[in-house]
Design a binder for this molecule. Sequence first.
Ligand SMILES: [Zn+2]
Length: 151
Amino acid sequence: MTDLETPKSWAMLHAKCPRCRRGNMFEGGMYRFGSNRININCPHCHMTFEIEPGYFYAAMYVSYALNIMEVGFFCTLTYLLTHNGDSPWLYVSTIITGCLLIAPVNFRYSRVFLLYWLSPKVHYHRELDRPEPKNTQEKAVNSFINLKTIK
Ligand SMILES: [Zn+2]
């Protein structure tokens, strides 16, 4: 996989950096308590994920859109499983429980979608999409290439 570029869909699914598709955007696992935080910089190419102050406020709109789709999904699923058209509380409790359980997914993928699809300044750099260097000579070459890319 050294000469091939990392597929965009794979990088998005694994929440990798949109510029190099190698570094993790988030530290820790999705459902670990207290650690679902986005890294300040990409650990591989050092891109700053928050492009400007307050940039991730826009992720709330993406998260809202995701929640609307999930509400539709949970309503449909509840109707298909129970065929209940009488009790609104069944739907309300299903929607609230489902949305709370899936909130970490929304948090993570709203930021991924924002950076990959809705940020025109962020582009993929194929030259940064390569494995971590093994020795000091490779590290020196990689940091030189990273500096050229950043400028
Ligand atoms: Zn990166």
